[in-house]
Design a protein around this ligand. Structure first.
Ligand code: UDP
Ligand code: MG
Length: 316
Protein backbone atom coordinates (compact mmCIF):
# COMPACT_ATOMS: atom_id res chain seq x y z
CA UNK A 1 0.00 0.00 0.00
CA UNK A 2 1.45 3.36 -0.97
CA UNK A 3 1.97 6.06 1.59
CA UNK A 4 -0.54 8.90 1.88
CA UNK A 5 0.57 12.52 1.57
CA UNK A 6 -1.18 13.70 4.72
CA UNK A 7 -1.73 11.96 8.05
CA UNK A 8 -4.10 13.18 10.70
CA UNK A 9 -3.30 11.95 14.20
CA UNK A 10 -6.19 11.87 16.66
CA UNK A 11 -5.78 10.63 20.27
CA UNK A 12 -8.95 9.27 21.85
CA UNK A 13 -9.67 8.43 25.44
CA UNK A 14 -13.22 7.48 26.38
CA UNK A 15 -14.71 9.46 23.53
CA UNK A 16 -17.65 7.23 22.57
CA UNK A 17 -20.04 10.15 22.95
CA UNK A 18 -18.30 12.24 20.30
CA UNK A 19 -17.19 9.43 18.08
CA UNK A 20 -20.16 9.46 15.72
CA UNK A 21 -19.86 13.18 15.17
CA UNK A 22 -16.14 12.96 14.74
CA UNK A 23 -16.51 10.22 12.17
CA UNK A 24 -19.10 12.22 10.23
CA UNK A 25 -16.93 15.36 10.24
CA UNK A 26 -13.87 13.44 9.08
CA UNK A 27 -15.74 11.63 6.30
CA UNK A 28 -17.14 14.97 5.15
CA UNK A 29 -13.66 16.48 5.26
CA UNK A 30 -12.14 13.59 3.36
CA UNK A 31 -14.32 14.37 0.35
CA UNK A 32 -12.84 17.86 0.13
CA UNK A 33 -9.17 16.82 0.27
CA UNK A 34 -7.46 16.38 -3.08
CA UNK A 35 -4.33 14.84 -1.56
CA UNK A 36 -4.20 11.29 -0.31
CA UNK A 37 -4.91 11.17 3.39
CA UNK A 38 -4.97 8.74 6.32
CA UNK A 39 -6.54 9.22 9.72
CA UNK A 40 -4.52 7.69 12.53
CA UNK A 41 -6.80 7.10 15.50
CA UNK A 42 -5.01 6.30 18.73
CA UNK A 43 -6.99 4.65 21.51
CA UNK A 44 -5.33 5.62 24.75
CA UNK A 45 -6.65 2.70 26.76
CA UNK A 46 -10.31 3.74 26.71
CA UNK A 47 -12.63 2.00 29.11
CA UNK A 48 -15.81 2.68 27.17
CA UNK A 49 -16.74 1.64 23.62
CA UNK A 50 -14.26 3.92 21.86
CA UNK A 51 -11.93 1.07 20.91
CA UNK A 52 -14.77 -0.96 19.48
CA UNK A 53 -16.04 1.96 17.40
CA UNK A 54 -12.53 2.60 16.13
CA UNK A 55 -12.11 -1.02 15.17
CA UNK A 56 -15.35 -0.98 13.17
CA UNK A 57 -14.41 2.20 11.37
CA UNK A 58 -10.93 0.98 10.49
CA UNK A 59 -12.43 -2.18 9.05
CA UNK A 60 -15.03 -0.44 6.91
CA UNK A 61 -12.80 2.37 5.61
CA UNK A 62 -9.13 1.89 4.86
CA UNK A 63 -8.28 5.58 5.25
CA UNK A 64 -8.74 5.04 8.98
CA UNK A 65 -5.95 3.39 10.91
CA UNK A 66 -6.57 2.34 14.44
CA UNK A 67 -3.88 1.93 17.07
CA UNK A 68 -4.67 0.63 20.52
CA UNK A 69 -2.37 1.34 23.42
CA UNK A 70 -2.14 -1.27 26.15
CA UNK A 71 -3.44 1.12 28.82
CA UNK A 72 -4.03 4.82 29.42
CA UNK A 73 -0.72 6.62 28.99
CA UNK A 74 -1.97 10.19 28.69
CA UNK A 75 -2.56 12.65 25.90
CA UNK A 76 1.07 13.53 25.09
CA UNK A 77 2.17 9.91 24.86
CA UNK A 78 -0.87 9.04 22.76
CA UNK A 79 0.04 11.82 20.34
CA UNK A 80 3.62 10.56 20.24
CA UNK A 81 2.43 7.04 19.45
CA UNK A 82 0.30 8.43 16.63
CA UNK A 83 3.17 10.47 15.23
CA UNK A 84 5.34 7.41 15.12
CA UNK A 85 2.73 5.43 13.22
CA UNK A 86 1.79 8.21 10.82
CA UNK A 87 3.02 7.50 7.30
CA UNK A 88 2.16 10.81 5.65
CA UNK A 89 4.97 11.82 3.33
CA UNK A 90 4.23 15.54 3.22
CA UNK A 91 2.51 16.58 6.41
CA UNK A 92 1.15 15.26 9.67
CA UNK A 93 -1.66 17.00 11.50
CA UNK A 94 -2.41 16.58 15.20
CA UNK A 95 -5.90 17.25 16.50
CA UNK A 96 -8.06 16.43 19.50
CA UNK A 97 -10.85 13.95 19.05
CA UNK A 98 -13.47 16.00 20.88
CA UNK A 99 -13.90 18.40 17.94
CA UNK A 100 -12.54 21.36 19.88
CA UNK A 101 -10.05 21.63 17.04
CA UNK A 102 -11.99 22.05 13.80
CA UNK A 103 -10.69 19.34 11.40
CA UNK A 104 -11.58 21.56 8.44
CA UNK A 105 -8.55 23.70 9.23
CA UNK A 106 -6.55 20.98 7.50
CA UNK A 107 -6.80 22.94 4.27
CA UNK A 108 -5.47 26.18 5.75
CA UNK A 109 -2.71 24.29 7.55
CA UNK A 110 -1.68 22.42 4.43
CA UNK A 111 -1.60 25.59 2.37
CA UNK A 112 1.02 27.01 4.73
CA UNK A 113 3.04 23.79 4.64
CA UNK A 114 2.95 23.99 0.85
CA UNK A 115 4.28 27.53 1.07
CA UNK A 116 7.35 26.12 2.78
CA UNK A 117 6.55 26.37 6.48
CA UNK A 118 7.60 23.34 8.50
CA UNK A 119 5.25 23.89 11.40
CA UNK A 120 1.81 25.46 11.37
CA UNK A 121 0.10 25.64 14.74
CA UNK A 122 -3.32 26.81 15.75
CA UNK A 123 -3.51 29.90 17.93
CA UNK A 124 -6.69 30.11 19.97
CA UNK A 125 -8.43 33.38 19.40
CA UNK A 126 -11.14 32.71 21.93
CA UNK A 127 -11.69 29.95 24.41
CA UNK A 128 -15.22 28.84 25.05
CA UNK A 129 -14.51 27.73 28.57
CA UNK A 130 -15.13 28.93 32.11
CA UNK A 131 -13.55 32.17 33.24
CA UNK A 132 -11.30 30.41 35.76
CA UNK A 133 -9.93 27.96 33.20
CA UNK A 134 -9.49 30.76 30.70
CA UNK A 135 -7.53 32.85 33.15
CA UNK A 136 -5.38 29.92 34.25
CA UNK A 137 -4.42 29.14 30.67
CA UNK A 138 -3.77 32.79 29.95
CA UNK A 139 -1.52 33.15 32.99
CA UNK A 140 0.24 29.84 32.45
CA UNK A 141 1.33 30.54 28.91
CA UNK A 142 2.74 33.88 29.97
CA UNK A 143 4.63 32.54 32.99
CA UNK A 144 5.95 29.73 30.88
CA UNK A 145 7.18 32.20 28.28
CA UNK A 146 8.93 34.25 30.95
CA UNK A 147 10.71 31.23 32.40
CA UNK A 148 11.82 29.25 29.38
CA UNK A 149 14.70 29.73 27.02
CA UNK A 150 12.85 28.28 24.04
CA UNK A 151 10.29 30.81 22.87
CA UNK A 152 7.01 28.94 22.96
CA UNK A 153 4.13 30.65 21.21
CA UNK A 154 1.32 31.93 23.42
CA UNK A 155 -2.11 30.33 23.48
CA UNK A 156 -1.32 27.44 21.22
CA UNK A 157 -1.76 23.78 22.05
CA UNK A 158 -1.01 20.61 20.18
CA UNK A 159 -3.36 21.38 17.30
CA UNK A 160 -0.94 21.74 14.42
CA UNK A 161 0.46 20.39 11.19
CA UNK A 162 4.12 19.55 10.72
CA UNK A 163 6.27 18.57 7.78
CA UNK A 164 7.63 15.07 7.47
CA UNK A 165 11.11 16.14 8.51
CA UNK A 166 9.85 17.74 11.73
CA UNK A 167 7.93 14.59 12.61
CA UNK A 168 11.05 12.51 11.96
CA UNK A 169 13.01 14.79 14.29
CA UNK A 170 10.41 14.62 17.06
CA UNK A 171 10.17 10.85 16.72
CA UNK A 172 13.93 10.67 17.12
CA UNK A 173 13.97 12.65 20.37
CA UNK A 174 14.29 10.07 23.11
CA UNK A 175 13.09 12.24 26.00
CA UNK A 176 10.53 10.46 28.09
CA UNK A 177 8.56 13.29 29.53
CA UNK A 178 7.01 14.67 26.40
CA UNK A 179 5.65 18.15 26.03
CA UNK A 180 4.94 17.94 22.34
CA UNK A 181 4.10 21.60 21.72
CA UNK A 182 7.39 22.60 23.35
CA UNK A 183 9.45 20.12 21.36
CA UNK A 184 7.70 21.36 18.25
CA UNK A 185 8.84 24.92 18.96
CA UNK A 186 12.27 23.78 19.91
CA UNK A 187 13.06 22.25 16.50
CA UNK A 188 12.90 25.67 14.89
CA UNK A 189 12.56 26.10 11.12
CA UNK A 190 9.86 28.38 9.77
CA UNK A 191 6.79 28.21 11.97
CA UNK A 192 3.44 29.85 11.44
CA UNK A 193 0.68 30.56 13.95
CA UNK A 194 -2.77 30.37 12.45
CA UNK A 195 -5.58 31.96 14.43
CA UNK A 196 -8.75 29.98 14.93
CA UNK A 197 -11.80 29.79 17.14
CA UNK A 198 -11.55 26.94 19.61
CA UNK A 199 -14.94 25.35 19.99
CA UNK A 200 -16.21 23.91 23.20
CA UNK A 201 -16.19 20.16 23.62
CA UNK A 202 -18.73 18.53 21.32
CA UNK A 203 -19.80 15.97 23.93
CA UNK A 204 -18.45 14.18 26.95
CA UNK A 205 -16.19 15.50 29.66
CA UNK A 206 -12.65 16.81 29.65
CA UNK A 207 -10.16 14.01 30.23
CA UNK A 208 -7.71 16.35 31.89
CA UNK A 209 -8.03 16.42 35.64
CA UNK A 210 -6.54 19.36 37.51
CA UNK A 211 -3.67 17.11 38.57
CA UNK A 212 -2.90 16.16 34.99
CA UNK A 213 -3.05 19.76 33.88
CA UNK A 214 -0.49 20.60 36.53
CA UNK A 215 1.75 17.80 35.36
CA UNK A 216 1.54 19.13 31.83
CA UNK A 217 2.28 22.63 33.06
CA UNK A 218 5.28 21.38 35.01
CA UNK A 219 6.62 19.53 31.98
CA UNK A 220 6.25 22.70 29.96
CA UNK A 221 8.38 24.65 32.37
CA UNK A 222 10.89 22.15 33.72
CA UNK A 223 11.65 20.46 30.39
CA UNK A 224 12.52 23.78 28.83
CA UNK A 225 13.97 25.88 31.60
CA UNK A 226 16.64 25.85 34.27
CA UNK A 227 15.31 29.05 35.74
CA UNK A 228 13.70 27.53 38.87
CA UNK A 229 17.08 26.07 39.69
CA UNK A 230 18.92 29.32 39.22
CA UNK A 231 16.38 30.81 41.58
CA UNK A 232 17.74 28.64 44.43
CA UNK A 233 21.28 29.89 43.90
CA UNK A 234 20.09 33.44 43.70
CA UNK A 235 18.01 33.04 46.83
CA UNK A 236 21.08 31.70 48.62
CA UNK A 237 23.12 34.68 47.52
CA UNK A 238 20.52 37.15 48.74
CA UNK A 239 20.18 35.31 52.03
CA UNK A 240 23.92 35.51 52.62
CA UNK A 241 24.01 39.17 51.64
CA UNK A 242 21.19 40.12 53.97
CA UNK A 243 22.54 38.02 56.83
CA UNK A 244 25.99 39.60 56.45
CA UNK A 245 24.45 43.05 56.78
CA UNK A 246 22.44 41.96 59.77
CA UNK A 247 25.46 40.27 61.35
CA UNK A 248 27.53 43.46 61.02
CA UNK A 249 24.80 45.40 62.77
CA UNK A 250 24.68 42.80 65.55
CA UNK A 251 28.45 42.79 66.00
CA UNK A 252 28.55 46.59 66.21
CA UNK A 253 25.70 46.50 68.70
CA UNK A 254 27.46 43.89 70.79
CA UNK A 255 30.83 45.65 70.80
CA UNK A 256 29.67 49.26 71.11
CA UNK A 257 26.56 48.98 73.25
CA UNK A 258 26.95 45.50 74.69
CA UNK A 259 23.16 45.20 75.06
CA UNK A 260 22.77 41.95 73.12
CA UNK A 261 21.95 38.83 75.18
CA UNK A 262 24.73 36.25 75.57
CA UNK A 263 24.83 33.65 72.76
CA UNK A 264 22.38 35.56 70.59
CA UNK A 265 24.95 36.78 68.10
CA UNK A 266 26.48 33.38 67.43
CA UNK A 267 23.05 31.75 67.07
CA UNK A 268 21.91 34.30 64.54
CA UNK A 269 25.18 34.07 62.62
CA UNK A 270 24.97 30.30 62.46
CA UNK A 271 21.33 30.37 61.43
CA UNK A 272 21.30 33.14 58.87
CA UNK A 273 24.63 32.54 57.24
CA UNK A 274 24.36 28.82 56.99
CA UNK A 275 20.88 28.74 55.58
CA UNK A 276 22.26 30.88 52.79
CA UNK A 277 25.24 28.59 52.35
CA UNK A 278 22.92 25.59 52.23
CA UNK A 279 20.74 27.15 49.57
CA UNK A 280 23.75 27.89 47.42
CA UNK A 281 25.04 24.35 47.86
CA UNK A 282 21.68 23.03 46.74
CA UNK A 283 21.87 25.31 43.74
CA UNK A 284 25.33 24.02 42.88
CA UNK A 285 24.19 20.41 43.07
CA UNK A 286 21.19 21.44 41.03
CA UNK A 287 23.40 22.83 38.31
CA UNK A 288 24.99 19.43 37.89
CA UNK A 289 21.62 17.73 37.99
CA UNK A 290 20.45 20.12 35.29
CA UNK A 291 23.38 19.17 33.12
CA UNK A 292 22.70 15.48 33.62
CA UNK A 293 19.05 16.13 32.81
CA UNK A 294 19.99 18.00 29.68
CA UNK A 295 22.32 15.27 28.57
CA UNK A 296 19.80 12.54 29.29
CA UNK A 297 17.12 14.25 27.23
CA UNK A 298 19.35 13.32 24.33
CA UNK A 299 18.12 16.00 22.02
CA UNK A 300 20.30 16.80 19.04
CA UNK A 301 22.67 19.71 19.70
CA UNK A 302 21.40 21.52 16.64
CA UNK A 303 19.30 20.89 13.59
CA UNK A 304 20.45 21.96 10.17
CA UNK A 305 17.81 23.53 8.01
CA UNK A 306 19.62 23.38 4.68
CA UNK A 307 23.02 23.16 3.10
CA UNK A 308 24.25 25.01 0.10
CA UNK A 309 26.71 23.03 -1.95
CA UNK A 310 26.54 24.50 -5.44
CA UNK A 311 22.78 24.35 -5.28
CA UNK A 312 20.42 24.76 -2.35
CA UNK A 313 19.22 21.51 -0.91
CA UNK A 314 16.79 20.92 1.93
CA UNK A 315 17.93 18.55 4.63
CA UNK A 316 15.65 15.78 5.85
N1 UDP B 1 -6.79 12.18 25.62
C1 UDP B 1 -6.00 11.03 25.54
N2 UDP B 1 -5.53 10.48 26.69
C2 UDP B 1 -5.75 11.02 27.92
C3 UDP B 1 -6.50 12.22 27.98
C4 UDP B 1 -7.00 12.76 26.82
O1 UDP B 1 -5.77 10.51 24.46
O2 UDP B 1 -5.29 10.48 28.92
C5 UDP B 1 -7.33 12.76 24.37
C6 UDP B 1 -8.81 13.07 24.43
O3 UDP B 1 -9.59 11.97 24.04
C7 UDP B 1 -8.93 14.23 23.45
C8 UDP B 1 -7.60 14.94 23.60
O4 UDP B 1 -6.69 14.00 24.17
O5 UDP B 1 -9.07 13.78 22.11
C9 UDP B 1 -7.69 16.16 24.47
O6 UDP B 1 -8.25 15.84 25.72
P1 UDP B 1 -9.37 16.73 26.43
O7 UDP B 1 -10.33 17.22 25.42
O8 UDP B 1 -9.94 15.96 27.56
O9 UDP B 1 -8.50 17.93 26.98
P2 UDP B 1 -8.93 19.48 27.05
O10 UDP B 1 -9.38 19.86 25.67
O11 UDP B 1 -10.02 19.55 28.04
O12 UDP B 1 -7.68 20.19 27.46
MG1 MG C 1 -10.83 18.98 24.70
Amino acid sequence: MSKPEISVVIPLYNEEEVFKKLKARLLELKKTISQTVEFVLVDDGSKDNTALLMMELAKEDSTFHAIFLSRNYGHQIAISAGMESARGTEAIMIMDGDLQDPPELLHAFYEKISEGYDVVYGVRRKRKEGIFKKFSYWAYYRIQRMLTETALPLDSGDFSMMSRRVIDLLNDMPERSRYVRGMRSWVGFRQYGLEYERDSRSAGETKYSVGRLFKLAYDGIFNFSNFPLKLITRLGLYTILISLIYISILVVKKIVYDNVPEGYTTTIIALALFSGVQLISLGVIGEYVARIFDQSKGRPLFIINKRVVNKEEKVG
